[in-house]
Design a protein around this ligand. Structure first.
Ligand code: AGP
Length: 616
């Protein structure tokens, strides 16, 4: 998720573009760059690090004056956060500059094609291939940048918002979008392009929403929109009612709610590009060889907090698919228990930030014992993936709220991909079995989207319970880590006691906590899965209900057996057993967010917490 700005008008483009990037910096902040059209050439500056680094560079090495330009603030996906990988990317002849938000799934074959044609690529990014293809398309279309963009888009697979300018054309900025956000700002004698309205709302509130597979050209006089075949299309105008701050949150009150609503897209992005043209799983930075992976006889997952819960969920799936024993360890405990780790152990470090010191120190310890290491991480180029043998990025985009939501769902997806990849390499599953699971996973973005329909009733329930002193969470099988995650969310946001249990443990002590009115959230497994698990948790519901508990039941649509024992039922879509955490967690995220809001807490920056815990 990157920040993109394009401008053409009467103002100094650099000023408008940099101001827009400031508003979009929450979308990505590991490098930034700008390009303006000055006479017959492009003037480009780009720099790793935060936007301030680019501004310092511009202070000492100013851009030419221009009233047309583009700018980008990056959240790295392909290629680390370096000057060379920063956008804009420029074609070999220096005539085309392009910026990009998204993931081009077929970039590897396009890179190979360009290299074979003698093009020298100067970055590790997927974006650079677009600059070269655009420039090489121009001559055949008489230098028409919009037509070149249409030709180029027809060769791209994946998700992309592209914005480009060409040297010696000081009148037009051209953009295209598929599966990635882009809006047009409509001014007087000036027009804007951006990832979201916060970049231009200071100049205009009149905007156009673009549809899928469209190319837009903006000039000082107007806006032209076509589909990828060049057929003119109408865009839907709207007036921005948000202020810039609200626009950064996509109109939501908090980044956390914005990120909860981003989860369908994040899950889709985590799955994007993982299957090759041969139908087999391909994990882009899995630098461990097949023989390395065949020698593995044990997996250790190390992580903290929510990432640890993702590891607990993953254990059920990875063991089920690969028959490799999986230990899931709290990173802060791992190296002090003298663990049994050797060169046949695969250590999987799960971390959104990639900088959590507990996890990093545990990773270093495991590697000192000879273990192979694979990172599951959301932050490209961060320390944990850099110190691992292989990495699977989750592509969730920047997670601003301290309480982890979309990172959690995409960590589960990534861990599942690792499990399926191991099963593929080691032959534990047939190709058609793996393909079947992948098809189920491809249905998850829509399933997660449907759960968002429960936001309102869950919010109402949270408001009703805002004064309770404690909430208990119980679950079985993959529902047990969900119970733990629901309790953690409530602790870190509502600052109240909450505890998650394996439902089977209730009778071994915790049931003594049950008394009149105690809220118990029950994460119910599907009756279509292991029937005994479902029957047993129904018994647990009866046990706590009989002692006065107020049961809040997360159950799949159509499961009517829970009705007699539920004070509140929150329905989730029917999905395969191993994928239930992807839907049953969402209401618990919303519940905690709403409870914290009802208590007047700062949801995005809860007290005492940091987004990345870089101390042990
Ligand atoms: C979860 O809501 C918390 N923000 C926290 O538990 C977090 O998951 C943990 O600190 C691990 O962070 P990491 O994923 O960046 O390593």
């Amino acid at each position: 998720m990157c920040g993109i700005v394009g401008y053409v008008g009467e103002k100094q483009a650099l000023e408008v573009v940099v101001e827009g990037l400031r508003k979009l910096e929450y979308r990505g902040y590991d490098s930034a760059g700008v390009a303006v059209v000055s006479g017959d050439h492009l003037d480009v500056r780009k720099k790793a690090g935060k936007l301030a680094n680019l501004e310092s560079l511009l202070g000492t090495d100013p851009l030419a004056s221009s009233t047309i330009g583009i700018g980008h603030t990056r959240w790295a996906t392909h290629g680390g956060p370096t000057d060379a990988n920063a956008h804009p990317h420029v074609s070999e002849d220096g005539r085309v500059a392009v910026i990009h938000n998204g993931i081009i799934e077929n970039f590897a074959e396009l890179r190979a094609e360009l290299t074979a044609a003698g093009v020298t690529l100067s970055s590790e990014t997927d974006t650079e291939v677009v600059a070269h293809i655009l420039a090489r398309s121009l001559p055949a279309v008489g230098g028409d940048l919009a037509e070149a963009m249409r030709h180029t888009c027809q060769r791209l697979e994946g998700a992309f918002t592209l914005v480009a300018v060409v040297a010696d054309d000081t009148d037009v900025v051209v953009a295209a979008r598929r599966n990635s956000p882009l809006v047009v700002g409509l001014g007087q004698g000036e027009n804007f392009l951006a990832s979201d309205v916060s970049a231009f709302v200071a100049y205009t509130r009149e905007a156009l929403e673009l549809g899928q597979d469209q190319v837009v050209s903006i000039t000082r006089e107007g806006v032209t929109i076509t589909d990828f075949d060049g057929v003119a299309v109408e865009a839907k105008p709207f007036t921005v009612t948000w202020d810039a701050a609200a626009a950064e949150k996509g109109g939501h009150d908090t980044f956390m709610m914005k990120e909860i609503y981003e989860q369908p897209k994040s899950v889709a992005d985590a799955l994007r590009g993982r299957v090759g043209t041969d139908g087999r799983l391909q994990l882009d930075e899995m630098r461990l060889s097949d023989s390395d992976l065949r020698e593995i006889d044990k997996i250790v997952v190390i992580a903290c907090g929510t990432a640890y819960h993702a590891g607990l969920v993953a254990k059920y799936a990875i063991e089920h698919w690969t028959r490799i024993p999986v230990d899931v360890e709290l990173a802060s405990e791992f190296r002090y228990r003298d663990p049994i780790v050797d060169d046949r152990t695969l250590t999987i470090a799960i971390s959104q930030s990639g900088e959590t010191m507990d996890t990093l120190m545990a990773l270093r310890y495991a590697r000192e014992q000879g273990s192979k290491a694979l990172a599951i991480c959301n932050t490209v180029g961060s320390t944990i993936p850099r110190e691992s043998d292989a990495v699977l990025y989750t592509y969730a985009g920047p997670e601003i709220a301290v309480a982890s939501t979309k990172a959690f769902l995409t960590q589960i997806i990534a861990a599942y991909l690792v499990g399926l990849y191991l099963a593929q390499v080691r032959g534990n599953m047939f190709g058609d079995e793996i393909a079947s699971v992948m098809r189920d996973l491809q249905d998850m973005p829509q399933a997660v989207d449907r759960v968002l329909d429960t936001v309102e009733p869950v919010t109402e329930l949270a408001r009703e319970l805002a004064a309770v002193p404690s909430v208990l969470f119980i679950g079985r099988h993959v529902g047990y880590p969900v119970a733990l995650e629901g309790a953690l969310k409530l602790k870190e946001l509502a600052y109240m006691h909450a505890e998650g249990f394996a439902a089977g443990e209730l009778k071994h002590g915790p049931i003594a906590l049950i008394e009149e009115g105690v809220p118990v959230v029950v994460v119910v497994p599907s009756p279509r899965g292991r029937a005994t698990l479902h029957d047993k948790i129904i018994s647990n519901m009866q046990e706590v209900r009989a002692r006065g508990a107020r049961t809040i039941v997360i159950a799949e649509e159509g499961d009517e057996t829970v009705v007699p024992y539920a004070d509140h039922i929150i329905r989730v879509p029917v999905v395969p057993t191993l994928m239930q955490p992807l839907v049953s967690t969402v209401p618990l995220q919303v519940f905690a967010c709403a409870m914290a809001t009802a208590k007047g807490h700062d949801v995005d920056q809860p007290r005492n917490l940091a987004k990345s815990v870089t101390v042990e």
